[in-house]
Ligand binder design. Structure first.
Ligand SMILES: [Zn+2]
Length: 283
């Protein structure tokens, strides 16, 4: 019996080309394809860490799994001008302020540098709120003044597995929307690109559920549609940590080289219940 994807939904698989894909990525892609028509987004705005060879490997790995998307992929870096226009719009509404704080001043966690994972949030205390942008060339990021948005900090969304969910948009304080390196921060690019790709169901790991309240707030602020969500279970390594690019043994390229059956693996991962406890992977 084959599972028919709910093709009324549009889902996405959004890896960063910063290393080889592993089983956790294959699970995410298989779940995205199971739950709708999957779009691919290359999240390549972290310019210092992205590599063309990793981007090429993403396409090769998806083809091996039998999950190559029908629609052309969206490269996030190609959308920078659109991201910037949205930022300018928020600036014109008086909702942004320049932040010159260094990582050390804010703390070890830098929520804007990458997709945040559990345990990495640290609230920014609003140090630079109300200050003008520096006139002396000091690098600065643009932060959103959450209190000026007039939107409720408690945001709600619909999770197709967990039901109605709610969370606070301000757990990390005023978020960075534009980074000091002059690239959009993750949350801004994510919500704009989800809308651009027509995503109706955001499927992603439950480590990103903490980002959803802020992303809902940004969608409201920018007049973007509200997608539904599926925050699925994670695959863990033998040490009980979320599979990461450092877990070399579980890369898809190593499985392919060992002669594994890509479409068979994708079918097995798609058949797994997305809810339930996180899964240990023991190669
Ligand atoms: Zn600051």
């Amino acid at each position: 019996m084959s599972r028919r994807p709910a093709l009324s939904e549009v889902t996405r698989f959004a890896p960063s080309p910063t290393g080889p894909l592993h089983l956790g990525h294959a699970f995410a892609a298989a779940q995205a394809a199971r739950h709708g028509a999957m779009r691919l987004r290359i999240e390549d705005i972290d310019r210092s860490r992205c590599r063309p060879e990793h981007e090429a490997a993403i396409h090769a790995d998806l083809a091996w799994l039998g999950l190559a998307p029908a629609a052309p992929p969206l490269r996030q870096s190609a959308r920078r001008a659109t991201h910037r226009a949205a930022l300018e719009g928020l600036h014109a509404r008086g909702l942004l302020y320049a932040c010159t704080c260094t990582r050390q001043q804010v703390g070890a966690a830098v929520e804007a540098a990458a997709a945040p994972h559990a345990g990495e949030t640290l609230a920014y205390p609003g140090t630079c709120r109300g200050r003008p942008p520096p006139a002396d060339g000091t690098p600065f990021a643009w932060r959103l003044d959450l209190s000026a948005t007039g939107l409720p900090m408690v945001q709600r969304w619909d999770d197709v597995a967990a039901g109605p969910r709610a969370g606070r948009a301000d757990v990390a304080g005023d978020p960075i929307l534009w980074r000091k390196d002059d690239w959009p921060a993750y949350h801004l690019a994510c919500v704009l690109d989800d809308a651009e790709q027509g995503i109706t169901l955001v499927t992603r790991g439950r480590d990103l559920e903490a980002a959803t309240a802020l992303q809902r707030l940004l969608q409201l602020l920018l007049g973007l549609p509200a997608p539904r969500y599926l925050h699925h279970r994670l695959l863990l390594n033998r040490a009980g940590q979320r599979l990461a690019k450092r877990d070399r043994a579980e890369t898809l390229s190593s499985l392919r080289a060992a002669g594994a059956d890509g479409p068979g693996l994708a079918r097995a991962l798609a058949a797994l219940d997305p809810a339930g406890p996180d899964l240990h992977v023991t190669p």
